[in-house]
Design a protein around this ligand. Structure first.
Ligand code: ZN
Length: 429
């Protein structure tokens, strides 16, 4: 489609941009997902409880920055789980427990690097603070300070003449944000307590670019925002689950894990027990016979599918040599099915067929991604979930540029394509 043919009056990304802006941390993303599910009648179930009553048909569990949600068409033993998985976390700078430092009149914040950030992308941005604090009684409170509080200032070119040949940033020394000057700040904890009007006992807080998500391009075909990896997939799955109508016997399940960017090994990560436990409780809630739970669940898992959704690398026009040209996705041409024979992606021929058939039935275009043999590829929750549950799994994702930058870029149409593919997977016709 040429520039002049494209319809630039309709913006399909408005609701996704609202989701991105409402989700500055994994905790906010989980809360926003729960809010959207509850708006259509989904019932919150405690992490240690079995769903009862209406929650058997439509319910969700939120634990910290993770969500498991389900929609079930009917009572009776589950025959198959149709699972869509994604992750709520994004690489970034997280505040240390004792962040205060002062150097030559500059007040600095101590940070730990979370995941595989692009170091340079955090330079010279106006940064706010978001995450959660826990009070003395152990209650969690979301924190979202969306105004310029801090900045990681880049060294001037005059003081590093070689910077444009090779920018070297030491993650310990060079990524410390400045956030105040002068002699009299009382420290971050006191400042925060005043700002949020409660005394934090502990916190899990990160810095974020205060710039909201925007539509970009002369033809308004692109979307720029922080955290596109992987909130795009979280949005697509949530929006599809809201209107899911699974077949009798099938249970539509969405799992949004935290900690994917740091290896998934945590209580709320894909390597933890969260999904398996919730599936067991959903199965038990559908059965009268407690003794039949594990056999019923094992049988259902053997027939199940997991679609692991995480963004893919779109072909970069300035770095064509980094891509395997027959398997390099384009933006706005549909989700990519990600294949890696060494099982960095879990895709099998059977799982890929199930996903692409769902795409075809919904008129969703799809593409294929593989990496070059001389370029190691990332991983996803797909192989981890497949290994834990023994479920046939396909890795898919929206193509994007600038992955793991503080500000990423994707097409405005691909998230909608992904949502429609999930809708087809979770539909009874
Ligand atoms: Zn990701």
């Amino acid at each position: 489609m040429g520039l002049n043919e494209r319809d630039i009056t309709t913006d399909p990304s408005g609701d996704l941009r609202a989701f991105l802006d409402a989700s500055p941390s994994p905790f906010h993303a989980a809360a926003e997902v729960a809010r959207r599910l509850e708006a259509v009648g989904s019932i919150a179930v405690a992490g240690d409880a079995r769903p009862e009553g209406d929650a058997i048909r439509r319910g969700h569990v939120v634990i910290d920055g993770a969500v498991v949600a389900w929609v079930s068409a009917a009572e009776g033993a589950p025959e198959v789980f149709e699972i869509v998985g994604a992750h709520t976390d994004s690489p970034g700078l997280r505040l240390r427990p004792r962040p205060d430092a002062e150097v030559e009149g500059w007040h600095l914040l101590g940070v730990e690097v979370y995941g595989g950030i692009l170091n340079n992308s955090w330079l010279d941005r106006d940064l706010g603070i978001a995450g959660r604090v826990v009070d003395r009684e152990g209650r969690s409170h979301l924190v979202d300070i969306r105004e310029p509080i801090a900045r990681v200032p880049q060294l001037a070119v005059h003081l590093d003449r070689g910077v444009n040949d090779s920018l070297v940033l030491d993650r310990e020394r060079h990524l410390r944000p400045v956030w105040a000057t002068g002699g009299s700040t009382t420290g971050f904890a006191n400042w925060l307590a005043e700002r949020i009007d409660l005394e934090p006992q502990w916190w899990e807080l990160g810095l974020l670019d205060t710039q909201p998500a925007v539509v970009l391009g002369a033809d308004r075909s692109l979307l720029a925002s922080g955290r596109l990896d992987n909130l795009v997939s979280c949005w697509a799955a949530t929006d599809a689950l809201v209107s899911a109508t699974p077949r009798p016997g099938s249970i539509a399940v969405m799992v949004l894990n935290d900690h994917e960017e740091v290896g998934s090994a945590s209580a709320t990560g894909a390597a933890g027990p969260l999904l398996e436990r919730v599936l067991a409780r959903i199965t038990a809630a559908h059965l009268d016979d407690e003794g039949a739970v594990s056999a019923t669940m094992a049988d259902a898992l053997a027939r199940s599918i997991c679609v692991s959704a995480d963004n893919a690398h779109a072909i970069h026009p300035n770095y064509l040599e980094r891509h395997e040209r027959s398997h390099a996705p384009l933006v706005n041409r549909g989700p990519a099915v990600k294949v890696n024979v060494n099982q960095r992606y879990a895709t099998s021929a059977t799982s890929a067929t199930r996903f692409t058939s769902a795409c075809d039935s919904a008129d969703v275009p799809w593409q294929v991604f593989t990496s070059r043999n001389d370029m190691p590829c990332g991983s996803t929750i797909g192989p981890i979930t497949a290994t834990r549950l023994g479920v046939d799994t396909v890795d898919v994702g929206v193509p994007q540029l600038s992955m793991h930058s503080a500000r990423e870029l994707c097409g405005v149409h691909d998230p909608v394509f992904l949502r429609n593919a999930f809708g087809a997977l979770w539909s009874d016709h």
